[in-house]
Design a protein around this ligand. Structure first.
Ligand code: ARG
Length: 573
């Protein structure tokens, strides 16, 4: 149990025995000011209000009652009734033995819907956030012991594909190899769009191919499959570069639900949720009505018979509930799709596709901006390919690594540059509050100072080098900790918060709190390292051992925490 939980339950017991009603909680938290104590219990004021009594007197009664014998060095009451608790150093040292133990959980099935690019085009920067935030959450929940089911809801269906397969057919008929024709999907897309806009005959063919594709025409399906295979391979490559755990196994694309769409619309009609409106089938949602009270419309079938993005999402949601037996579905999708998600969730509840016990969560995020404060674009105003962005980041990192260090061999430089470059891009994103837009800034993200990946990776190498110098294996190290200095204590208290932070991220899906935690941990480590000599000859061996153990915990948690963000560490840099 975490220190916070232990303290909380001790206070609860005390408050209970004073007949304080259970809705008055101890309000236990880390102290904002370490000079007054390590933890604070702020519940006395609320409880006193409830009981109409003096808060300071009640705080004193709680303190007289609460059993903190082996835990607290000192307690006092401040201001109107804040209880300050200073922990015993021995107690902290004892708790540290369990700082890496995971709290036991009852695993639940969690679907994580993330990345989900449209296959018509190459992955671009717009896909970065969903891909890496979703992946961080998959890692966090898996670490907790949840049963994580990754679902890559790729957009592989829809009208654009008529145009693309018509283009592919054209290029193949001119003797082009499919592989070559599709080697640059962006160029291919532009070519087909140009043909579509300029050549009415081509446009007709394209439109006819949409219909043929939907009715299962073998030739169209074959061309389509060729296109999809190349596009998927391109995405797999990006995932690998990004150290993102999505594989082809996790792909459950839009087309996988084609056969369910007709049924969904009929079912919604039977349940009188979908009605006809101008030839289309529409669900009108009162609970999402606009300012004028007009219900929010969600089209599930167009007048021409075509199904929509929303129809597919309803089918996907139903599949996840019925077949994957999911308890919780997390969608990592751009904030601009918030209304869409609300409509899908509301309709699913009404149609009974998801029981109330299934948690449906859209975790939205803002846009990545350029330094001009507008959505991130190339210098000429085009979309930035994710592949190009990653190449540039690794190149920039390589330059920095070469400038910094001369005794790394060529192979080491390449590996470190890759980890730093990719880590920097990911961390810059993950460390920002997810719901906000953020400005993409090469210099800031690749800086070795501040809240950045390189800073944390560097902190890890610093710790690693201490063990290298001492000739000790970090992973196998185990020694008794004795805390004497305040820097040791602050570091230890931070180490003990790791699982609390991870659990919080698992609930609210804001990875930036884990980033902040790791940054604070590294900073506390650095000041511990400055103030508390470890390997100096005049340090007694027990202190050296104890401090090495603090180093070992710091390194392990730093590495584990970065791993939960999908960021790699190295032993030197
Ligand atoms: N392919 C969509 C897009 O690029 C994102 C899909 C997100 N997932 C979902 N179930 N709708 O906008």
């Amino acid at each position: 149990m975490s220190i916070k939980n232990t303290l909380n339950s001790r206070f609860e017991t005390a408050m209970h025995s004073l007949n304080i009603p259970s809705e008055c909680t101890p309000l236990l938290n880390l102290s904002g000011k370490p000079q007054f104590g390590d933890y604070q219990a702020n519940g006395a004021m609320g409880a006193a209000k409830h009981l109409k009594t003096n808060p300071r007197d009640l705080a004193q009664k709680i303190l007289d009652q609460v059993d903190l014998a082996e835990i607290a060095e000192k307690t006092d009451i401040a201001g109107p009734g804040f209880i300050n608790i200073t922990l015993k150093n021995d107690y902290i040292a004892d708790c540290l033995k369990h700082c890496l133990d995971k709290p036991p959980i009852e695993p639940s099935n969690v679907v994580i819907d993330y990345s989900a690019p449209n296959l018509a085009k190459e992955m671009h920067v717009g896909h970065l956030r969903s891909t890496i935030i979703g992946d961080a959450l998959a890692r966090v929940l898996e670490y907790q012991g949840q049963n994580v089911i990754r679902q890559n809801h790729m957009g592989d269906w829809g009208t654009q594909f008529g145009m693309l397969i018509a283009e592919l057919e054209l290029q193949l008929s001119q003797g082009e190899q499919a592989e070559l024709a599709l080697s640059d999907l962006e160029v291919f897309y532009q070519q087909s769009k140009k043909h579509f806009d300029a050549d009415p005959e081509f446009a007709d063919t394209a439109r006819a191919y949409v219909v043929k594709l939907q009715s299962g025409d073998a030739n169209c399906l074959k061309l389509w499959q060729q296109f999809i295979d190349v596009s998927v391979a391109h995405n797999s490559d990006i995932y690998q570069q990004l150290n993102v755990g999505l594989t082809t196994e996790h792909i459950k694309p839009e087309s996988a639900y084609n056969d369910d769409l007709k049924w969904i619309v009929e079912d919604l009609e039977n349940k009188q949720l979908a009605v006809e409106s101008d030839g289309a089938k529409v669900v009108f949602l009162d609970q999402l009505a606009d300012k004028n009270g007009d219900p929010s419309p969600m089209i599930v079938q167009k007048s021409g018979g075509g199904f929509l993005y929303a129809t597919t999402d309803l089918a996907a949601l139903k599949y996840r509930v019925d077949t994957l037996n999911v308890d919780r579905i997390l969608y990592f999708i751009d904030a601009r799709q918030s209304l869409h998600m609300k409509q899908v969730f509301a309709t699913s509840r009404k149609a009974n596709y998801a029981p109330d016990t299934t948690s449906l969560e859209h975790h939205a995020f803002g846009t990545m901006m350029g330094s001009d404060g507008k959505p991130f674009k190339t210098r000429t105003g085009g979309t930035v390919k994710l592949a190009d962005l990653l190449v540039e980041s690794v190149e920039r990192a390589e330059k920095l690594v070469r400038e910094k260090n001369t005794d790394l061999n060529e192979q080491e430089i390449i590996t470190i540059a890759r980890k730093v470059g990719i880590g920097a891009v990911k961390y810059a994103d993950l460390s920002k509050t997810r719901t906000n837009d953020y400005i993409f800034d090469w210099d800031a993200m690749l800086s070795f100072e501040g809240n950045t990946a390189p800073y944390l990776q560097y902190a890890y190498t610093r710790i690693f080098s201490i063990f290298r110098k001492a000739g000790i294996e970090l992973e196998e190290f185990s020694a008794k900790i004795t805390i004497t200095e305040s820097q040791e204590k602050q570091l230890a208290l931070k180490l003990l918060q790791f699982n609390e932070v991870v659990n919080q991220v698992a609930i609210d899906c804001y990875p930036h709190s884990l980033c902040n935690y790791l940054y604070e941990l590294s900073s506390l480590f650095m000041s511990f390292y400055e103030h508390c000599p470890i390997l100096k000859s005049d340090i007694d061996p027990e202190t050296t051992q104890s401090r090495l153990q603090l180093c070992a915990y710091s390194a392990t948690i730093l590495k584990q925490g970065l791993d939960l963000l999908g960021i790699e560490v190295m032993e030197k840099m």
